[in-house]
Write a protein that binds this ligand. Structure first.
Ligand code: ATP
Ligand SMILES: O=C(O)[C@@H](O)C(=O)CO
Length: 421
């Protein structure tokens, strides 16, 4: 059976977030890591989410990978393509959201694409084109201090205007609240004005479902996982999907390792709580930079901890410490050193029997999953909005939770273990 929906996610935690939403809405979903090869097989999924590491990659690489993913998804029958980026629109000053959206739009001959990162369950809403994180505009939220993609503007129209080659318009909340027909009429009007991106307001899940309905015939949609809420119903109404939520999930036996490279406020609060309970060790970048064998040292340390306790290894630091580190080694090099160290630890400790991994941070998850050579993930039970457990399909049996930096309550790590069968 061909797939009906194909998604291209710009990071790995974002991909599991989206896959989780689609599964919750009754689709059979497989997440594939990296651009699939021509012979890739994935069972009888309704949707495939291709997880790329294109959020912070050089822009040409982000475009090339996204177009390759598009080609593959279309060759598998995808009728609709969703470009998934972060609910906090994480991007550098030059992109990559705008350039990738331009390339996808052009390749698909699509006149207008919606822009909607809203994820109300996690406090992300869009009003008058401004992205809010809880009560704060994006640029006043902790996202202003992100190590790789500090967000210093909250206005999605301005952000998209700066990053993309198309003209940007707005579909404001009062139109969204009038329903799908009003949205379609506004989109038609924007197209006649030569607009190619429409930022669309969304304050709650009901708005997102209305937007999903209005976008039924859009070949390309862009946004956070919230924009996907209404899409499965469109396919269901046309008799193209029939299943309910997948119920089987066989978690792997083994020790539990928590690896955190996210420096978000949420992750740091979660670490603070978990560190009170379980053994923990920090990766010191200065030691990595000095050439100390931090990986061997921490592998031995983790193996020596009580076998029945989860073990925490983290690099996460507060903005002041991150700033000082970045001044010493550079932004990219500091991030790379941390990702290399955490992913090397994941590999060694997986070989040593740590078969349940909780990884905090999108870039960090990308590095870890790539180092473990995982090609495909099946989606399991939800731990928190946007974060499911997943099972690696393939020769290395591993159960993983890839946590977006900003997601989860302070008790997240304990919550994760409680949810596992
Ligand atoms: N102490 C540190 N100093 C400098 N950089 C660090 C430090 N600890 C982690 N990093 C880097 O910060 C980046 C954090 O990005 P990551 O995507 O993993 O987390 P996040 O942005 O909070 O999560 P998400 O993308 O899911 O929102 C990574 O590149 C990581 O290696
Ligand atoms: O949309 C989000 O916030 C997340 O899925 C994400 O992309 C984090 O990297």
């Amino acid at each position: 059976m061909p797939i009906v929906l194909g998604a291209i996610a710009d990071d790995f935690t974002g991909a599991t977030d989206l896959a989780n939403t689609l599964v919750s809405e009754g689709m059979r979903v497989v997440q594939i890591i990296g651009v699939p090869g021509p012979e890739e097989t994935y069972g009888d999924a309704d949707a495939v989410v291709v997880a790329l590491k294109s959020r912070t990659a050089p822009v040409e690489e982000a475009i090339a990978d996204s177009l390759a993913a598009l080609n593959w998804l279309q060759s598998e029958g995808a009728e609709q393509i969703l470009f998934k980026y972060c609910s906090t629109f994480d991007s550098t000053a030059q992109g990559n959201i705008g350039p990738v959206a331009d390339a996808l739009r052009e390749a698909m001959g699509c006149e207008l694409a919606l822009i909607c990162p809203a994820f109300p369950k996690n406090g992300r809403t869009v009003y008058n084109g401004v992205l809010f994180v809880g009560e704060l505009p994006l640029a006043e939220s902790p996202m202003k201090d992100h190590p790789l993609t500090p967000m210093r503007d909250s206005n999605l129209m301005r952000l998209m205007d700066a990053q993309s080659s198309g003209q940007v318009g707005l579909i404001p909340a009062p139109i969204v609240q009038q329903g799908a027909e009003a949205i379609r009429a506004k989109i038609a009007a924007l197209i006649t004005e030569g607009i190619s991106y429409a930022v669309i307001d969304a304050l709650d899940e009901s708005d997102l479902r209305t937007i999903g309905k209005a976008a039924e015939d859009h070949s390309l949609i862009t946004g956070g996982s919230g924009i996907a809420l209404g899409l499965p119903d469109n396919f269901r109404a046309r008799g193209k999907i029939t299943s309910g939520r997948q119920t089987t999930f066989a978690a792997t036996e083994g020790r539990t390792l928590i690896l955190a490279g996210s420096c978000s406020t949420a992750t740091r609060a979660q670490l603070a709580q978990a560190k009170e309970k379980w053994p923990h060790a920090k990766v010191e970048i200065d030691k990595v930079a000095a050439g100390d064998d931090v990986v061997i040292e921490l592998t031995d340390w983790a193996k020596a901890q009580p076998a029945d306790s989860p073990v925490i290894i983290y690099g996460s630091a507060d903005p002041v410490e991150v700033d000082a580190i970045q001044k010493r080694y550079g932004v990219a090099a500091s991030g790379q050193m941390m990702e290399d160290t955490l992913s090397a630890l994941a590999l060694r400790l997986a070989d040593a029997g740590f078969h349940r991994l909780v990884v905090a941070g999108g870039e960090t998850s990308g590095a870890v999953v790539s180092a473990l050579d995982i090609k495909m993930l099946e989606i399991g039970p939800e731990i928190a909005p946007g974060v499911p457990w997943t099972q690696a399909l393939g020769p290395r049996p591993l159960t993983l939770a890839l946590k977006s930096g900003n997601f989860g309550q302070p008790s997240f790590f304990e919550d994760a273990l409680k949810v596992l069968p």
